[in-house]
Design a protein around this ligand. Structure first.
Ligand code: ZN
Ligand code: ZN
Length: 597
């Protein structure tokens, strides 16, 4: 029986006009999705001149009989949608019907297909049937689209540069490989291989084949399920973050989606584990009842609507956050073996400069305000910290999920890095980053309990603002109150600060309070209380902490490590920078060429 049904005119009209062929990638998409629908296990896409000269897709699928083969070039032919109701339950990758007809009308198409017996060979040029004959009998389909837009020069001009078209095709095939790890995909351009996946049905192996060893060796398997959703996939350790969101890949019922809410919940899951300007590598597969999903917002868009979005967001965020907490998130130093990661990883070079500016701005802030002598300051900082340890360990519920290390400090180098060891090798700990993490968690806890952690200002602080800034401050009096800053209005555009939180560093209260007001005014355009509080905690923690190049004793270093490992997340500073890096004995041996492999 013929597998392809001709849709009724009515039904066809209900489908939004998503079938316009604009890009090389949209042609590739149509052809490859047909191959997937034909249950293919091996699909190869071969381009000549980035697809402008020719696009050939070869598969080992079920093939078509001669009747279907001809029918596939007619308008509204589709094997997907039989009746209108089906439109509401579309689980397949998209819905087509006009696609092949459209493609054939603007190119020269050569199709060979067989179900195992006698095959069919069809040639169509600019929509006209040139050849329709019997052909050799290899099971599967091979379709070539040559000279795209040869009869519509205006549209030919509209194509982007060759490299842009190729990049789009590459990224499409990469995403498709991740949604179908059970299918082997090959993409070539002018006989040069660009993408290859083995079809192992192993998602991690597919990630490895696409993104290389550095990424795949730093992935954590995750999963979560509820009555409505099953989620599984991989998330990266914060050691391999990217500068853009292109590596956050989510699939709902095997369909690649780009959804702001889903991306935001992934980012929220990483909140304490990365700087805000960095993005993780994440591949998540979400399975759900198709009735909860509305894919039909617009057929050409990758966005979807999900009815129980809040539940899904919560699941994703907590799944990611829990998994990160359970994993030992230390930057492992590896000897550079020149394993180059293929394809889309190109923004890597920019990462260092981002990191640098982040570090610089942080250190600069610390630097500006401190004029005390180094010994005095660190001694002060530490005696205070030490007395707190006892009470902390009693009232503090230690999070059992966190992987903790026992490290033995052996020295401090460059007055900045604590050198420590254990059976696993050598560790370097950034003394400022570590202390900042400890203070950050302390400040956050005390912030939540402002009533117990506030005191009168010895000398009330008077602040004068411009009218607009004054109004902005008035709007957020409650927020200030909630963290222990009590103010009173005092004449025109002027306020007096009466009480301040105890967690402001002694001697720096006025400076820090002024800075908190600056942040409040800066943030007030799109005020987000959570984000504001986070910034306040980051800044005050940074200011309270011992700096790089500040002298501390080995005993103080021991104490610092002890407290660090009582933290909820010992592995990142308040801004998401790493606190610890690790050299395993194995890596050290390799670097000294004690072992060769
Ligand atoms: Zn800092
Ligand atoms: Zn920091």
């Amino acid at each position: 029986m013929s597998k392809i049904h001709v849709m009724s005119e009515n039904l066809a009209n209900k489908i939004a006009a998503g079938e316009v062929i604009e890009r090389i990638a949209s042609v590739v998409k149509e052809l490859v999705e047909n191959s997937i629908d034909a249950s293919s296990k091996v699909i190869s896409v071969d381009l000549v001149d980035c697809g402008l000269k020719s696009i050939t897709v070869t598969d080992d699928g079920v093939g078509m009989d001669s009747e279907d083969a001809l029918l596939s070039f007619q308008r509204h032919a589709t094997s997907k949608i039989k009746k209108e109701d089906d439109l509401f339950f579309i689980q397949t990758l998209g819905f087509r019907g006009e696609a092949l007809a459209s493609i054939a009308s603007v190119s020269k198409v050569d199709l060979k297909t067989s179900q195992g017996g006698v095959g069919t060979h069809i040639v169509i040029e600019g929509g006209k049937l040139i050849t329709n004959e019997e052909a050799d009998a290899k099971k599967g389909t091979r379709i070539s689209v040559n000279d795209l837009f040869f009869n519509t020069p205006a549209r030919l001009k509209y194509l982007k540069s060759n490299t842009t078209e190729l990049a789009n095709v590459t990224s499409f095939i990469e995403r498709l490989s991740l949604s179908h790890p059970e299918i082997s995909f090959t993409l070539t351009n002018n006989e040069k291989r660009i993408v290859f996946t083995s079809g192992s049905n192993d998602l991690l192996k597919t990630i490895h084949e696409l993104f290389g060893y550095t990424v795949s060796s730093n992935m954590i398997e995750v999963n979560a399920s509820s009555d409505d959703y099953d989620i599984r996939g991989y998330i990266c350790k914060p050691t391999v973050l990217k500068s853009n969101r292109n590596y956050m890949l989510t699939f709902v019922n095997d369909r690649m989606v780009k959804n702001i809410d889903i991306n935001a919940s992934i980012n929220d899951g990483y909140r304490d584990f990365k700087p805000d300007i960095k993005y993780p590598v994440v591949v998540l597969k979400i399975d759900t009842d198709p009735t909860l999903v509305d894919v039909n917002i617009h057929p050409s868009k990758a966005d979807i609507k999900i009815s129980k979005m809040e539940e899904l967001k919560f699941m994703i965020e907590s799944m990611i956050n829990k998994s990160l907490r359970k994993t030992l998130l230390i930057n492992d130093m590896k000897v550079n073996t020149n394993v180059s990661a293929p394809s889309i990883i190109e923004s890597e070079k920019n990462t260092t400069s981002d990191e640098d500016t982040l570090v610089k701005s942080e250190e600069q802030m610390t630097f500006d305000y401190t004029k005390m002598t180094i010994e005095e300051e660190s001694a002060h900082g530490f005696s205070e910290v030490q007395t707190k340890v006892a009470e902390q360990s009693e009232d503090k519920q230690i999070n059992e999920d966190i992987k903790r290390l026992e490290l033995h400090p052996v020295g401090i180098i460059m007055q900045t890095f604590i050198v420590a060891e254990n059976e696993e090798g050598l560790y370097l700990i950034d003394q400022h980053a570590a202390h900042e993490r400890i203070n950050y968690e302390k400040v956050q806890k005390q912030m939540k309990n402002a009533q117990n952690y506030k005191m009168k200002m010895l000398v009330p602080l008077t602040l004068e603002f411009s009218t607009s800034d004054y109004l902005k401050v008035q709007e957020h009096i409650d927020t200030l109150e909630s963290i222990g800053i009590t103010i009173e209005n005092f004449g025109v555009n002027t306020i007096i600060v009466k009480e301040h939180p105890t967690w402001l560093r002694e001697g720096m209260e006025s400076i820090l309070i002024k800075q908190i007001f600056d942040m409040l005014i800066e943030d007030s355009v799109k005020f987000d209380k959570m984000k504001f509080l986070k910034r306040v905690a980051q800044t005050t923690a940074c200011k309270m902490s011992i700096r790089a190049h500040e002298v501390i004793t080995l005993d103080q270093a021991k104490e610092l490590l002890k407290q660090l490992f009582m933290c909820d997340n010992p592995y990142n500073c308040a801004h998401g920078r790493p606190t610890i890096i690790h050299y395993s004995e194995y890596e050290l041996d390799r670097m000294f060429r004690r072992i060769m492999n």
